[in-house]
Design a protein. Structure first.
Lengths: 615, 344
């Protein structure tokens, strides 16, 4: 048996790539879980094709899963990979550019036959595995399909089903290569296929065969070991952004006593929130798959009007459809949460790709003067805290709130030092109480010192009143076309949102000096890339700092001062420059933009290059 | 010992009227409908604060402002969707929807068919005046072909919807029709709509005396009403006419008008059965041009009334069952199945 050497490594990026039918997402997430359970820090980036099953073997059909794991703290899924698993020629072709020089390729021989090479558009007669095109890499060709079939030769399954198990061979092999115990996957398979004994057995056998292949074959001299990361002590789990978001909502519901109602229409990459919330009826969660995006938000408005927390989840195109109803919620001044999991736009755009596409839409995309608070999460697990805040602001300030996440956060995973429910703050809810003595008319638009009106829900005696989308008379809430009143109400609605700045924390510098040469100001999912880049430059002695905005509307009160403390401000965004417009508008800051609009996350390296230009 | 029980005064129509000035055009059919709703609601035995009225946009959708109950004048076409969310979360409320032909069948058509199939226990009052009133006189999805309006100077090319048939097509569990000019029938139908558990679809012929005056005159005018309308009553043969001398008989698969003075007796006639889906379908298809020869009369009353589970009841049931099976434990949820601990 080959037990010779186990080499210590600090940091590895693996990309699993194959046809969308090859099960690479499952393989990646299994390896991720296994990694997480060892206390190794990690970050993932699943990258799906837009089509569920694009023609097999073709370039558009390639599905990838990138996993970065490390014994140090890490904040991104990695700029480039050390290991590329390529289940077919198309997977190699699409991903080779992201493999480091000298990196390892694990190729499935069967995926490089004449047919697959042709589907991947390699010139007639050319095979990258044989033609010396991959000299710069460390190539291992394994006949995974053949060996899988061999393991399963006595299995009663059909050939197609047998072949489906080949991702387990890869997984088993990688478990061997990274010195892992396979228990997490074995127990996962036992649960998943508890009712399909043949499939369970085939998967287990192939998984083990992959592991044994590593042990017995001579070709792979060395195994690798990554130690646990030095992370804050406590209990951890692995979490994706969409799951963290759903949990954040449930937690806020528990801490406020307000049941959740989700009105939603399926849309990538937000649908997983609907799936997740629909599982938790035991928390009193009501989920309603509406007939369209408009009914999604409208039903949520109905729920909020009735005294529950109405939520709607969507992405860019659905956001556009909901704008009119958002305006209604602004007029009604009731709580409501709109979750926009952004993706590449405009129009249908790039449904499965990430982009910070909708900040301007969230800010301005409604008719009339229609201000709404906007918050954004910056990492998968941060979706939990940020949505909890959105919930609090919405209820305590009687306003719809927009929460922004994106495809990268939604599907990406990271370790999460999850909170104990006892540590979570309570969210206070005030329903206007019933009145026995109805001498005086109830006036729905009377406001408190924060300009917040009362939440008077149907079924409460003595508070019968009418509200709607027509302009309201100050205090009485009656319909009013009075010119002065309209001006007053527009100003009040704006001031009410502005006043939320008194109720949110001041902006902090994530790391770096409190003043200096360059401030990198970010929002959303670029957090990890900016943090990594700034860390590197700080270590090299440069005067650079990083601030990351959770509260985008209103901004924290000290943001203007912070911006003045640096000679230059760089605003990197995965769009054509949206936050930068707002910052220029509000603070007249002559900021510089860095804009990547490719549907893929920003890398640390490109940011380092950009920041150095300003230093 | 003397008990001091204060018996609440029974509510009256006046208690259901708000302090707002009614702003429909004088003579508009909406006035009658408002009056009948204000008359019926206090008789239903529901505390006033448990009534909610949701409307969309259009002349009829101003309705909530005139009622002293909870009300929302929402956005165009979405009242049904908003009401769905409200009813899903607050099943104990009595939720009423006011909408018009443009609001519910044009811009909001999608939500109407979906609320019908889902069967939330709400009452839809569709004020059909076959015109756009608020935007000043364009044809609507129920306007007849060739209609000349502001937007169709050469006559409308659109084929109109038959709202009752559409509701049957969407598997509505209660479908009925009434008219503004028959207060008693209108009140009866409001009560029936309320009594039905499930989505009640009540089409109300409403005269817009400004932009489409007399659209339903043939059904409401004393001189023609008896001959042109058919008032359906459960378990009774379908008889109409000023002399009650005409009836509807099924000839094969076709309804025909027969004369009761001409050899037919009531025993030969179609007996109305609100639970018969096929017959209800056929009755909603009595939609002939009243000026055509040999046309069928226009039916009023309840076409269809069956019971099937409401969306909110099943939703609540699922929650009760889920809670019984697995208590809500936030810490267990947050931890999930697999955790690891980093030691100090
Ligand atoms: S325009 Fe027609 S429907 Fe509208 S209020 Fe006037 S009469 Fe009534």
């Amino acid at each position: 048996m080959n037990t010779d050497s186990v080499q210590q490594l600090d940091d590895v990026v693996i990309k699993f790539a194959g046809d969308s039918g090859d099960g690479m997402q499952l393989t990646g997430s299994q390896f991720t879980n296994n990694t997480a359970l060892l206390g190794i820090d990690l970050s993932t980036f699943p990258d799906f094709p837009a089509e569920i099953r694009a023609p097999q073997g073709t370039l558009p059909g390639v599905s990838g899963f990138q996993l970065h794991f490390s014994s140090n703290r890490i904040y991104t899924a990695g700029d480039s990979c050390d290991v590329l698993v390529a289940m077919n020629a198309a997977a190699l072709k699409t991903n080779l550019k992201s493999l480091k020089k000298g990196g390892a390729i694990i190729a499935n021989a069967d995926g490089f036959d004449v047919k697959n090479l042709r589907l991947a558009n390699y010139p007639e007669g050319e095979n990258p595995l044989e033609d010396g095109l991959l000299q710069d890499y460390n190539v291992h060709v394994i006949d995974i399909t053949k060996m899988t079939r061999e393991v399963l030769k006595d299995s009663p399954l059909g050939m197609k089903e047998k072949d489906r198990a080949k991702n387990m061979f890869v997984l088993g092999f990688l478990y061997w290569m990274y010195d892992r115990d396979m228990e997490s996957t074995i127990s996962f398979l036992n649960t998943k296929f508890s009712k399909a004994a043949d499939i369970l057995e085939s998967n287990l056998n192939v998984l083990k065969a992959g592991y044994h292949f590593g042990e017995t074959t001579e070709a792979f001299g060395s195994r690798y070991h990554i130690s646990k990361a030095r992370m804050e002590p406590g209990r951890y789990r692995s979490i994706t952004g969409n799951t963290a978001l759903a949990y954040g909502l449930i937690a806020a519901s528990q801490q406020s006593g307000l049941p959740l109602f989700l009105g939603s229409y399926p849309i990538t990459p937000a649908s997983d929130i609907l799936h997740e919330l629909s599982k938790h009826k035991n928390f009193g969660v009501r989920t309603f798959q509406a007939e369209d995006e408009i009914a999604g938000i409208s039903s949520a408005i109905g729920a909020s009007y009735g005294g529950q927390m109405g939520i709607t989840t969507t992405s860019g195109p659905g956001m556009a459809l909901k704008s009119e109803a958002m305006g209604l919620a602004v007029m009604l001044e009731i709580p409501l949460l709109i979750m926009d999991i952004q993706r590449g736009g405009p129009s249908t755009g790039l449904p499965t790709k990430t982009e910070q596409s909708d900040l301007l839409q969230a800010y301005y995309g409604r008719n009339g003067e229609c201000p709404m608070p906007v918050v954004a999460a910056c990492t998968p697990s941060d979706c939990f805290n940020t949505v909890f805040e959105a919930f609090r602001i919405s209820v305590q300030h009687m306003t719809p709130v927009i929460f922004l996440s994106d495809g990268y956060l939604a599907n990406g995973a990271e370790p999460w030092h999850f909170p104990n429910s006892a540590e979570l703050p309570k969210i206070k809810v005030n329903f206007k109480p019933a009145r026995e003595n109805e001498e005086e008319l109830f006036q729905p638009y009377v406001r408190d010192e924060n300009l917040v009106r009362a939440w008077a829900i149907p079924g409460t005696k003595g508070l019968e009143h009418r509200i709607g989308g027509l302009e309201k008379q100050h205090i009485t809430g009656n319909v009013s076309y009075d010119p002065e009143n309209h001006q007053l109400m527009v100003k009040i609605r704006q001031e009410k949102v502005d006043k939320i700045a008194d109720d949110i924390p001041l902006q902090t510098i994530d790391h770096g000096p409190e003043s200096g040469k360059v401030l990198v100001l970010g929002w959303g999912s670029t957090y990890g890339a900016i943090k990594s880049a700034v860390n590197e430059l700080l270590a090299d002695g440069f005067s650079v700092a990083h601030a990351h905005l959770r509260y985008l509307r209103p901004f924290p009160k000290n943001l203007g001062t912070i911006l003045k403390n640096y000679e230059k401000v760089l605003i990197p965004e995965m769009n054509n420059g949206q936050l930068i417009k707002i910052i220029r508008d509000q603070f007249l800051t002559d900021a510089t933009g860095y804009n990547k609009i490719m549907g893929i996350p920003m890398t640390k390296q490109e940011l380092v290059v950009k920041i150095r230009e300003l230093l | 010992m003397e008990a001091t029980v204060s018996i609440p005064k029974p509510l009256t129509a006046k208690d259901f009227a708000s302090d707002q000035e009614v702003r429909w055009c004088p003579g508009c059919g909406d006035y009658s409908i408002l009056k009948q709703v204000q008359t019926v609601m206090p008789t239903l035995g529901i505390p006033r604060e448990n009534f909610v009225l949701i409307s969309g946009i259009g002349c009829s959708s101003r309705f909530p402002y005139y009622m002293n109950i909870y009300g929302m004048h929402s956005i165009h076409g979405r009242a049904t969707a908003i009401a769905s969310g409200l009813k899903a979360t607050r099943p104990e409320l009595s939720v009423w929807i006011v909408t018009g032909d443009g609001d519910s069948l044009s811009i909001g058509g999608n939500h109407v068919i979906h609320i019908l199939r889902r069967n939330f226990d709400v009452n839809i009052m569709l004020f059909n005046n076959q015109i756009y009133g608020l935007t000043k006189g364009q044809y609507s999805p129920t306007s007849e072909e060739h209609k000349v309006t502001k937007s169709t100077p050469f006559g409308s090319i659109d084929h109109p919807f038959n709202p009752a048939a559409l509701a049957m097509g969407a598997d509505g569990s209660f479908v009925a029709r009434t008219m503004d000019r028959d207060p008693k029938h209108l009140q009866d139908m409001l009560k029936r709509a309320h009594a039905h558990k499930g989505t009640s679809f009540l089409e109300i012929y409403q005269n817009c005396n400004i932009f489409n005056d007399g659209a339903f005159e043939i059904y409401t005018d004393k001189g023609t009403k008896a001959e042109e309308t058919l008032f359906m009553e459960q378990g009774k043969p379908l008889i109409f006419g000023a002399q009650k001398n005409k009836g509807i008989k099924i000839d094969g698969l076709k309804p025909v008008v027969v004369s009761l003075t001409d050899g037919y007796s009531p025993d030969d006639l179609w007996v109305h059965d609100e639970q018969d889906f096929y017959k209800a379908q056929m009755l909603t298809r009595f939609f002939d041009d009243p000026h055509g020869e040999q046309h069928l009369p226009r039916p009023f009353g309840v076409f269809y009334d069956i019971s099937r589970p409401t969306y909110e009841d099943v939703m609540v049931q699922q929650i009760i069952e889920a809670k019984a099976k697995k208590p809500a434990d936030l810490d267990a949820l947050l931890a999930g199945k697999e955790t690891w601990t980093i030691a100090e």
